[in-house]
Design a protein. Structure first.
Length: 191
């Protein structure tokens, strides 16, 4: 019998990364509210959301291995989530400009309504200095609006980056090597 794998995420980037790794999977969005608890650290926030997403979907698909993930961007101790509007996107990009920030992607693997394992991977990303015109143009493309921190490394936002200290897929939202290793530890075999 083959093991069903479910990605509890609507993120097209996560779907693409997992598909490129050769993993067969289904997508079931969790519907989990992404609200930070008072005094919750960025790492704890990402881990909790990844676990909540995985557990929520795994209670409905009890025999499947369910992958939950969440990505948080932190710059100068400020958590940057998905910008709500152009003004917020501009403020985020101005903060990131010429600065180094941390991208935390947490991943949880669940089955039968419980987390089997979870992990948070951190990457340090450095932006070159951005002009106001570059920021305005980038916002007009619409790319910032569904991404933590208001940029996408895999798109035009990748041109802002001068250095990434770990693999780029973590910054895109799914540390694939870590996910595959976790799936295998939980009994997944290539199909």
């Amino acid at each position: 019998m083959t093991q069903t794998v479910i990605l509890a995420s609507g993120s097209p980037r996560r779907r693409e990364l997992l598909a490129k790794a050769g993993i067969r999977f289904e997508v079931v969005e969790s519907g989990v509210s992404e609200t930070r608890a008072a005094n919750e650290t960025a790492r704890d926030y990402a881990l909790r959301l990844a676990a909540d997403k995985a557990v929520t979907v795994s209670t409905l698909h009890r025999d499947a291995l369910v992958i939950g993930a969440d990505t948080i961007v932190v710059c100068d101790e400020v958590i940057l989530e998905k910008p709500a509007d152009a003004g917020e996107a501009a403020r985020m990009l101005q903060l990131l400009s010429g600065n180094t920030h941390i991208v935390i992607t947490a991943v949880a693997i669940a089955r039968g309504g419980r987390v089997l394992e979870s992990e948070a991977i951190e990457s340090r990303v450095t932006f070159r200095a951005l002009s106001d015109d570059e920021i305005a143009f980038y916002i007009e493309t619409g790319e910032p609006f569904d991404k933590a921190g208001g940029y996408g490394i895999q798109g035009l936002g990748g041109g802002f980056i001068t250095h990434v200290d770990t693999v780029r897929d973590n910054v895109m939202g799914l540390p694939v090597a870590h996910v595959i290793a976790a799936l295998r530890r939980q009994g997944y075999r290539d199909q």
